[in-house]
Design a binder for this molecule. Structure first.
Ligand code: KG4
Ligand code: ZN
Length: 341
């Protein structure tokens, strides 16, 4: 089960990591007019949807509750009220059915979406999770043992897509719409900043880029020269140039992380990994560096419960969660490397 943000999701997965069903009830229509997720609205919607979503996941898998051997649920990180809905449902089922409860880290799960797609072992690897809430680079020794290499110092990449979309008058979530509009624009029309790209640190920053987009769209405060009017073409050019700047930075940091760790596999997951321009640039990087690239399949990039297949990894390691476990909204439990491989 997955309810960390604005998607209510449930999936049925067998021990071979085959996804028998994956149901996602999105709440985009409820949050659209606010230009972002409103936590209270999100948790109320999860309460309404979680049981029908679980029911539908079982129905589509042709499974019954008594066949369920374990319950995996995202408990960290996310919105506290939203996470609580999934966890409460999961604890109840675990107790009633007498099966183990598995506490899934949502960030680790985003990278496990790559493992679901791969017909080979995806770990160890460098992993980039690039979503609405996170832009994190990891050295992953196993599916559930990560060392953080770098992360964003301000906005997440997906958040930047959403905020830039708002500036350009596009709807929420902005990522897919920016990608669509950018197809008619020039990625070199405006030279937007690529923060930290030429620095050794493996961190990201997108707030300067966001401000640069704001100025390109509405003008720099106090400046005599006004920017061109925000025509359809100008919007497309800003979108394409913004997207190119984000992609350059994300791909550049992946390359640096691969060089630094010596890993030969690169995993990329999270909502922004659905972006076609980004996927293409990653493939070019993989060709050039001769590395094994596994990008999460598009349907498992944005939030879903199929990536909760990582629960079987916890199960196999005996990492069961106690029934008094609580949600942890802030990012925790990213274990450091235990010993050199
Ligand atoms: O992983 P996700 O569903 O939720 C979080 O865990 O945050 O990611 C959602 C984010 C949103 O910011 C959305 O705008 C972005 O992923 N996104 C995209 C695309 N599809 C979704 N960004 C760029 N291009 C896309 N095609
Ligand atoms: Zn997510």
């Amino acid at each position: 089960m997955e309810s960390s943000c604005d998607e209510t999701a449930a999936a049925v997965i067998n021990q071979d990591r085959q996804v028998l069903s994956s149901i996602v009830a999105t709440q985009h229509d409820l949050h659209e007019r606010f230009g972002g997720v409103v936590p209270e609205i999100a948790s109320r919607a999860h309460v309404e949807r979680i049981l029908p979503v679980i029911d539908e996941a079982l129905r589509q898998a042709g499974a019954t509750l008594d066949q369920v051997g374990a319950i995996a649920v995202a408990t960290n990180p996310g919105l506290v009220g939203s996470l609580l809905v999934g966890l409460t449902a999961a604890k109840t089922l675990s107790m009633v059915l007498g099966v183990p409860l598995l506490a899934v880290n949502h960030i680790e799960a985003h990278l496990y979406a790559c493992q679901i797609a791969a017909r080979r072992n995806a770990f160890p690897a460098v992993g980039l999770v690039v979503s609405g809430g996170h832009t994190n680079l990891y050295d992953c020794t196993s599916p559930v043992d990560f060392e953080l290499l770098g992360s964003t110092t301000d906005d997440a990449a997906g958040e930047a897509f959403d905020k830039v979309a708002q500036v350009l008058g596009l709807e929420y979530p902005g990522g897919p719409l920016i990608e669509q509009v950018a197809r008619n624009g020039s990625p070199t029309a405006i030279a937007f900043p690529r923060t930290f790209l030429n620095e050794a640190r493996l961190d990201f920053s997108f707030s300067g880029l966001k401000t640069a987009v704001l100025y390109a769209a509405r003008g720099t405060p106090g400046a005599r020269v006004q920017p061109p009017p925000l025509t359809t073409q100008r919007i497309a050019d800003i979108a394409a140039s913004f997207q190119a700047a984000v992609v350059d930075v994300l791909v550049g940091k992946c390359e640096q992380a691969v060089d630094r760790t010596g890993r030969s596999t690169l995993l990329v997951g999270g909502g922004v990994a659905a972006n076609g321009c980004f996927r293409k640039a990653l493939e070019e990087l993989a060709d050039r560096k001769q590395i094994d690239l596994i990008i999460a399949p598009r349907e498992y990039c944005t939030d879903n419960a199929a990536m909760g297949a990582i629960g079987w990894e916890l199960w196999e390691r005996g990492r069961f969660a106690p029934l008094d476990i609580d949600v942890t909204p802030g990012l925790v439990r990213m274990r450091a490397k235990l010993s050199p491989a």
